[in-house]
Design a protein around this ligand. Sequence first.
Ligand SMILES: NC(=O)c1ccc[n+]([C@@H]2O[C@H](COP(=O)([O-])OP(=O)(O)OC[C@H]3O[C@@H](n4cnc5c(N)ncnc54)[C@H](O)[C@@H]3O)[C@@H](O)[C@H]2O)c1
Length: 271
Amino acid sequence: MEVSFDISKKVAVITGAGGVICGVMAREFAKKGARVALLDLFPERAQAIAGEINSLGGEAVAVKANVLERKSLEEARAEVLARFGRVDILVNGAGGNKKEATVSEDNPFFSMDLDAFKWVFDLNVTGAVLTTQVFGELLAKQGTGSVVNIASMASVLPLTNTVAYSGAKCAVANFTQWMAAHFNLNYSPNIRVNAIAPGFLLTEQNRFLMQNADGTSTARGDRVLDKTPMGRYGEPEELCGAVIWLCSDAASFVNGAVIPIDGGFSAYWGV
Ligand SMILES: NC(=O)c1ccc[n+]([C@@H]2O[C@H](COP(=O)([O-])OP(=O)(O)OC[C@H]3O[C@@H](n4cnc5c(N)ncnc54)[C@H](O)[C@@H]3O)[C@@H](O)[C@H]2O)c1
């Protein structure tokens, strides 16, 4: 049996592809020869990345999609099928946090806005479930495919203050395991559902927690770096190797796994 990391010619659908992490992922997938559909609520950002990929000789298309609306996802699915004819890979990348759903001195838990709490759950959990319903149906019919969800360190143990995000990402990890078994038991042993659990990257969604307005580290930022044995934040590119591996035949017996990519954060108590 040959071990192959090849994903060339596979069709990858990536949601949230106009964002920091999944934009980089789309570029890296394309460099490995995959054909990429970049789905995002704001397609102009995805369009710029798709244009860049195409100008470098890759194959990409930007598609407007709201992961919280079935009709929008079904239209996106039709557009992807019209362009590429099939789907092999789904990366559920759309997700994020909201300041109003993060507890602080100014936003005590007792009066935290539950609409914000539900927004975070909807985007991270319902969005991944609905997108997997719409695109997973194609994988079930063809009997092959790979889904990768984006969990978090907050999936393993909750992080202080980020009450909604921690619960939502815990649910993403649980859904990953549930879906892995569900696809195998009901549709095909050749469909795999896994997740990555990134450690700390400095991006727009968490910068307000890690850095002060003047760019210096917050006390929380210091604690994160102290508890990361590698002593630094990760870069989006450093998540891509594991995702490409998970989507290739090299990971043909990896299913229901949540892979930490965290500079050792989850391996270290801090003492
Ligand atoms: N940044 C980190 O440190 C970190 C760590 C762990 C996990 N993650 C997760 O990685 C994923 C990507 O994070 P990021 O930092 O690149 O975020 P980002 O905010 O840069 O990108 C998210 C993208 O999702 C899109 N989006 C938002 N709502 C949408 C919807 N309803 N339908 C379709 N698209 C929608 C946004 O337009 C944006 O382009 C998220 O799931 C996030 O929770 C991030």
